[in-house]
Design a protein around this ligand. Structure first.
Ligand code: ADP
Ligand code: ADP
Length: 237
């Protein structure tokens, strides 16, 4: 479970990116985060994984607070959070399999992922994940030989290889065509349900959010202006 308690972020420039945002995401629930550009969606995601230090408020993951004070604790905490990105952030020169395995270490550079030896367990788990996302036959291809949809599937498998307690997903389909976008969204929702994972998906495409999300949170000027089922969403967000 993820809990945000009165999360507030005011940047040094004076921009109030988040104002007193409180939100609880239970296990297995996928929340679609929508709102116009500048609403605070990226800031919200970055405050959770502490790429941005909140001005005020708390973030709790499975009951334990995430704080940015202690680098070692922060690294351990980030390994509990799976990240999925718009531009996939794969290591292009590595194979699909190697990219997925790199998830076991959290964020790694090219050389670390190249030289690290993985256990037989890590490898069989990675094959299981590749099978789940439909990429088994592409395991040994280089990441840069894949289509956008396939790359995002690698991104999903890599995040899952961490065995995360939470997924943070930043505009996962913004670089994909509509049909592929729907396939990726469906896969994400199914996987979160299967694994009982909470997730926050920053999603620009409101019709796509309406189609797939059980719950939508609308942000505007840093404030939550909508929180509910897609059916209840009207033109105010
Ligand atoms: P969104 O992801 O919804 O487009 P952001 O979280 O990127 O919104 O931005 C929210 C507000 O915070 C905007 O007013 C933006 O200009 C401001 N902002 C974002 N990042 C920074 C930053 N690093 N420094 C100063 N202001 C920022
Ligand atoms: P996004 O679509 O992810 O919100 P943006 O174009 O808003 O991207 O921001 C790109 C980068 O610039 C981000 O790192 C963001 O934090 C930073 N940024 C956004 N707005 C501001 C701002 N007003 N001042 C300084 N940095 C900003």
């Amino acid at each position: 479970m993820l809990e945000l308690k009165s999360l507030t972020k005011t940047y040094k420039t004076g921009d109030k990116a988040l104002v007193d945002v409180s939100l609880t995401v239970p296990e297995g629930q996928v929340v679609g985060l929508i709102g116009p550009s500048g609403a605070g969606k990226s800031t919200l995601i970055r405050c959770i994984n502490r790429l941005v230090e909140p001005t005020d408020g708390d973030v709790l993951l499975s009951g334990s607070p995430i704080t940015g004070q202690d680098q070692r604790k922060l690294r351990a905490m980030r390994r509990r959070i799976g990240m999925i990105f718009q531009e996939y952030a794969l290591v292009e020169r590595l194979t699909v399999m190697e990219n997925v395995l790199s998830g076991r270490l959290g964020y790694v550079g090219f050389w670390t992922s190249f030289t690290r030896r993985y256990s037989a367990d890590d490898i069989s788990r990675a094959y299981g994940l590749l099978d789940r996302v439909g990429l088994m036959q592409h395991a040994d291809k280089r990441a840069d030989a894949l289509s956008g949809g396939q790359r995002q599937r690698v991104g999903i498998a890599r995040a899952l290889a961490q065995e995360p307690e939470l997924l943070l997903v930043d505009e996962p389909t913004a670089s994909l065509d509509p049909k592929t976008s729907r396939q990726i969204m469906r896969l994400l929702i199914e996987i979160c349900a299967e694994r009982n994972l909470p997730a926050i998906v920053n999603i620009h495409d409101v019709p796509l959010a309406r189609q797939f999300m059980q719950r939508i949170v609308g942000l505007r000027a840093g404030e939550v202006v909508f929180d509910g089922a897609p059916d209840a969403l009207n033109e105010t967000v």
